[in-house]
Design a binder for this molecule. Structure first.
Ligand SMILES: NC(=O)C1=CN([C@@H]2O[C@H](COP(=O)(O)OP(=O)(O)OC[C@H]3O[C@@H](n4cnc5c(N)ncnc54)[C@H](OP(=O)(O)O)[C@@H]3O)[C@@H](O)[C@H]2O)[C@H](O)CC1
Ligand SMILES: [K+]
Length: 504
C-alpha cells in the first residue's frame, strides 16, 4: 500500500502532537523525551567524533528538546555546555521540566551579549533556540547571537528546523537572522521550506526522524503537499506484465532535435528505450535519420518533410503518448507544427524545452492545452510561461495556480523537482543530486516520461515514478563516477539500473 509522505504546515503540528498525546496515550514530556532520544541517537550516528557540544536553548519546546538532548548527550559521555539567552520570557512547561533535569547534571550559562558565546575549537553547536513555533522575524539579542553563530567556524546542527526559519513562507523574514546549519534533524515531517533551493544555506543536509506521532491523525490531517521517496515509487510502480509484447508496452512518439542539435533527440530516445516503451518513433528533421539510426537502433525514425527542423507530423499513428520539444527550435514552421499537433492530438502530450518556449511566446497556444498535457519546464522556462517570482515560495504558488488554471500537470525541474497537479497538489521529489544539473538531463527525463505515458499509467503516478527514477539514475551515476563526472548520457545509460532497484 502506498504510504503518503505528507508535508504539513507548521500550524498543523500542534494538533498532531495533541492527538498523539491523547490517543497513544503519552505525556507531552515523554513525547519530548522520545523525540530528544531519537535525535541524540541519530546525531551520534552521523557525528561520530564529537569533541564537545554547545547547546543554545530557547524557552519554547524547541528549547525543551535542547535541554533534553544536552542531558542525553552528557549521559553518553559527550562534554556539553548549555547556554540560554538573557532577558527572554518564561519557559514552556516541558522546557522548564527539562531545564530542571539538566540542572541536576550541569549548569546553564546566560548569554547577555553575543560576544559571550565563545566557542572552543571542534565544539559542535546544537541550535535549539526556536523551532516550528516561530511566528515573526528574530530580533534583538537572539538575532545577534544567531549572527555570531553563523560567523563562527564551528559546525552547527539544528533541532527540528534552523532557528529563525519559518516552516513555509519566508518572504517576510530577515535572512541575516536565520541559523545556517550544516545538518537539520527534523521531527516526523519535512517542512515545506526545506524543499526550496533558496533555503539550502540554512537547512544544510536534512533528515526526517520518525518520533512515532499517531498514524491516525497523520492519515486524517489534510494537506496538499507530499514528497516522493523510493518507498512511494515501489508501491505505485506496476509490475512488468508476464505476457507482454511490444504492442502492450505502448507506442510513443518523440518529436525532438533540429539540424545540428540532434543530441537532445538521441538522449530522449535512449532514455525512452531504457524505460520500458514497446515501440518508439522518433520524429526528427530529414537530415537527422542517420544520427538516430546509428545511436538508437531501437527507435523507428519518422523524418519530417523539412530537412532541418520540425514542421509537421504528417501521419499521426495510434500513439499512446507524444513528447515534443527538446531542441526543436522556435522558428515559424516549428510554431505551426506545434500548433497543429496541439489541435489534432488530444492524448497524453509531454511538452518540454522549445515547445514551452514557443507557448510562452505565442500565448494563444495556452488555450490549446488540455488535461492530457504534461509541462516539464526548468525554472527559466517556467518564468517565461508564468512570469518572474521574487522567491522560490512565490514560484511554488504560481506553479500551482498555473496548473490549476490550465488543468495541466507540471514538473518544475530543480533540486527537489516538484509536480503540480490540476487540483493544486504538490509532490516533491527526493532523489537526484547536483551532479545532474547538466545540459541534456531534461531531455533524458522527457524520454523516461514518454515511456511511462506510453504504458498508459495515470499522469500523477507516471510523473512521480518517472521523476524519481530519473533522479535515482543520476544517483547511480554519482555513486560510481562522482557528481562532477555525471553527464546526461550516463543518466540515460543508467536508467536500467534505476528501474532494477525500483522493481519488486
Ligand atoms: N511533533 C513534534 O514535532 C514535536 C516537536 N517538539 C518540539 O517543539 C517545537 C515547537 O515548540 P513551540 O513551543 O511550539 O515553539 P518554539 O520552541 O519554536 O517557540 C517558542 C515560542 O517562541 C515565541 N516566538 C516565536 N517567534 C519568535 C521570535 N521571532 N522571537 C522571539 N520569540 C518568538 C513564540 O511565543 P510568543 O508567545 O512570543 O508568540 C513561541 O511560542 C518543535 O520545533 C520541536 O522542536 C516536541 O519536543 C516533541 C514533539
Ligand atoms: K532550532
Amino acid at each position: 500500500m502506498e504510504k503518503l509522505n505528507k508535508v504539513f504546515r507548521t500550524a498543523q503540528l500542534a494538533a498532531i502532537d495533541k492527538y498523539t498525546i491523547e490517543h497513544e496515550p503519552v505525556s507531552s514530556l515523554d513525547l519530548m523525551e522520545r523525540a530528544a532520544g531519537i535525535w541524540t541517537d541519530r546525531f551520534l550516528k552521523i557525528f561520530t567524533e564529537v569533541a564537545g557540544v554547545v547547546v543554545i536553548a530557547g524557552n519554547g519546546n524547541n528549547g525543551g528538546d535542547g535541554y533534553a538532548i544536552a542531558r542525553l548527550l552528557n549521559r553518553r559521555g559527550v562534554p556539553v555546555r548549555v547556554f540560554r539567552i538573557a532577558g527572554t520570557q518564561d519557559r514552556s512547561p516541558d522546557c522548564e521540566a527539562n531545564y530542571r533535569r539538566w540542572l541536576t547534571r550541569g549548569k546553564v550559562e546566560e548569554l547577555k551579549q553575543a560576544d559571550d558565546l565563545v566557542l572552543q575549537k571542534g565544539e559542535i553547536v546544537i541550535d535549539a533556540i526556536f523551532g516550528s513555533g516561530l511566528n515573526r522575524p528574530v530580533t534583538g539579542l537572539a538575532a545577534r547571537i544567531i549572527k555570531q553563530m553563523n560567523a563562527s567556524v564551528n559546525r552547527v546542527v539544528a533541532v527540528d528546523i534552523p532557528s529563525g526559519l519559518a516552516g513555509e513562507d519566508n518572504t517576510w523574514n530577515d535572512p541575516e537572522t536565520i541559523v545556517c546549519a550544516e545538518y537539520t534533524f527534523t521531527f516526523q515531517f519535512p517542512k515545506l521550506a526545506f524543499m526550496l533551493a533558496e533555503n539550502e544555506k540554512y537547512v544544510g543536509r536534512w533528515e526526517v526522524l520518525d518520533i512515532g506521532l499517531h498514524p491516525e491523525i497523520i492519515a486524517r490531517q489534510p494537506t496538499d503537499w507530499f514528497y516522493t521517496t523510493e518507498d512511494t515509487v515501489k508501491a505505485i510502480l506496476p509490475p512488468s506484465p508476464v505476457f507482454a509484447h511490444k504492442g502492450t508496452n505502448g507506442k510513443g512518439l518523440l518529436i525532438a532535435g533540429s539540424y545540428g542539435m540532434m543530441g537532445a533527440a538521441v538522449l530522449g530516445a535512449k532514455a525512452a528505450v531504457r524505460s520500458g516503451i514497446g515501440l518508439l518513433y522518433c520524429h526528427i528533421p530529414g537530415k537527422g535519420i542517420e544520427v538516430i539510426q546509428t545511436t538508437v537502433p531501437e527507435a523507428i525514425p519518422d523524418p519530417d518533410e523539412s530537412a532541418e527542423r520540425f514542421s509537421a507530423v504528417c501521419k499521426l499513428r495510434d500513439y499512446d503518448a507524444i513528447a515534443v520539444g527538446p531542441a526543436i527550435g522556435q522558428g515559424p514552421e516549428t510554431v505551426g507544427g506545434l500548433e497543429k499537433l496541439l489541435r489534432t492530438w488530444r492524448g497524453t502530450t509531454i511538452l518540454d524545452a522549445d515547445a514551452l518556449n514557443i507557448i510562452a511566446e505565442h500565448r494563444e497556444l495556452l488555450d490549446l492545452l488540455h488535461e492530457g498535457c504534461i509541462l516539464t519546464p526548468h525554472m527559466k522556462e517556467f518564468e517565461r510561461l508564468a512570469g518572474k517570482s521574487v522567491n522560490d515560495f512565490e514560484r511554488l504558488n504560481k506553479l500551482s495556480i498555473f496548473a490549476n488554471q490550465y488543468r495541466v500537470h507540471i514538473v518544475l525541474k530543480g533540486a527537489h523537482s516538484v509536480i503540480a497537479t490540476p487540483d493544486r497538489r504538490l509532490f516533491f521529489n527526493m532523489s537526484g543530486n547536483p551532479g545532474m544539473a547538466k545540459g541534456g538531463a531534461g531531455d533524458v527525463l522527457t524520454g523516461v516520461l514518454l515511456a511511462l505515458a506510453a504504458n498508459k499509467l495515470n499522469l500523477l503516478d507516471l510523473l512521480r515514478i518517472g521523476v524519481f527514477a530519473h533522479g535515482l539514475a543520476g544517483d547511480c551515476v554519482a555513486e560510481k563516477e562522482g557528481r562532477r563526472g555525471c553527464c546526461a548520457g550516463m543518466i540515460a545509460e543508467r536508467m536500467g539500473e534505476a528501474w532494477k532497484r525500483l522493481e519488486k
